[in-house]
Design a protein around this ligand. Sequence first.
Ligand SMILES: *[C@@H]1O[C@H](CO)[C@@H](O)[C@H](O)[C@H]1NC(C)=O
Ligand SMILES: *[C@@H]1O[C@H](CO)[C@@H](O)[C@H](O)[C@H]1NC(C)=O
Ligand SMILES: *[C@@H]1O[C@H](CO)[C@@H](O)[C@H](O)[C@H]1NC(C)=O
Length: 286
Amino acid sequence: MIFGPTLLCIILFVTTPFAWASSVPLVPGRYFDRVVIFVFENENYANVHADPYFGSLASTHNVELTNYYATTHPSQPNYISMITGSTDGVFFDFNSNIDGDSIVDLLEAKGISWKSYQQAYPGNCDTSSSIGTYYRKHNPFISMTNIQSNATRCANIVNADQLDADIRNKLVPQFVFFTPDINNDGHNTNLTVASNWFQSYLEPRIKLDNFTENTMFISTWDEAEDYVGPNQVQTVLFGPSFHLTPSLTDSSNNRYDHYSILKTIEENWDLGSLGENDVGAVPFSF
Ligand SMILES: *[C@@H]1O[C@H](CO)[C@@H](O)[C@H](O)[C@H]1NC(C)=O
Ligand SMILES: *[C@@H]1O[C@H](CO)[C@@H](O)[C@H](O)[C@H]1NC(C)=O
Ligand SMILES: *[C@@H]1O[C@H](CO)[C@@H](O)[C@H](O)[C@H]1NC(C)=O
């Protein structure tokens, strides 16, 4: 009998340091402790809103932003703007190398972990413009010179298959930017393919606490399909433990854009700003 508590003490003493060592240190945020962003390709708001899966994402504890706009056309400057607050003079989808800061610099300054999960990406800091179904124009991180020239930072751009191991090991970082490949994001396929892929990918994983705890998920589109028009895209904020206040539900028709995501993340962790369009952007109203 007398060995019971002693043994328990020994077990606790021995096991807890390892448990801490295996998980990512968490910097608590004002509204959420993790953000997971999924970006899809080239579809008008109305079509996505009418899609059975994307349209249903907003049906429970979450909100569809019904007045949300992309930055420009074509793809690449939208992705660049989402992480830097500016298109940085990028007009096309050709390889770009950008000197300057991104959200990564603000996150790292506060000790907040980040990763970009890119489907079909080979890793190892690869800067090719495309490899199979991977396309660099949809991976803005590799275009930042202070990431591509730094092996430590580059190592945070991983093949998306890594996510399952990170969930299993409770190592999902606090900032996650997920780019499906050129087929699953709808670019070379269509909305139905993207919708079916997202449903099959997300549904089993959104049940896992290691992935969803205090997490705000964002599903958005880089740009509308129509070049002539308001460039309105569907953006949904959701997640089983992402608790909305009535003010957000009421204000879902506020005008937002890609810079709103940056601004919200900056406010969530008191990151300061990049001094670009993030400064004047409208954060999500929680
Ligand atoms: C590379 O990035 C890491 C992580 O941000 C940073 O600690 C290190 O100082 C960087 N190295 C260089 C040479 O900038
Ligand atoms: C969550 O993380 C813990 C710690 O690594 C692990 O033991 C558990 O199996 C993970 N859960 C799932 C469903 O992967
Ligand atoms: C979308 O693509 C799939 C697979 O190629 C095809 O079966 C389906 O008919 C397409 N849907 C539309 C609306 O074009």
